[in-house]
Write a protein that binds this ligand. Structure first.
Ligand code: FES
Length: 109
């Protein structure tokens, strides 16, 4: 499969769902940001701000490696954390995540 075929779905905080192009090896945060969707991602992907917080659609959770210790600690400081909360800078895009669905969480604007 070529990288050109990859995409994810991003739902913004107003509930609008968009399909956006994705590239293998990119962080989900970068894909959201580069498609000009509103995500603060203040630290640029260093796992030190939690302003890239997203909710991952439940059917995708077991396809993503579990969060590392740093991510768990940062999520502790995020707003409105749910069981499916993740930091989008800590998820790398690859072909198995084609069609991944995430929703921007409060506090990322
Ligand atoms: S961009 Fe800062 S923790 Fe993800």
């Amino acid at each position: 499969m070529s990288d050109d075929d990859l995409y994810i779905y991003v739902t913004d905080r107003e509930g609008h769902k968009q399909k956006v192009d994705a590239l293998s090896g990119w962080r989900i945060m970068e894909i959201i940001r580069d498609n000009e969707l509103p995500i603060k991602a203040e630290c640029g992907g260093c796992c030190s701000c939690a302003t890239c917080h997203v909710y991952v659609a439940p059917q995708w959770l077991d396809k993503i490696p579990p969060p590392g210790e740093e991510e768990v600690e940062m999520l502790d400081e995020a707003f409105e954390v749910e069981d499916n909360s993740r930091l989008s800078c800590q998820i790398l895009m690859h072909s198995d995540l084609k069609g991944l669905e995430v929703t921007l969480a409060p506090g990322t604007e």
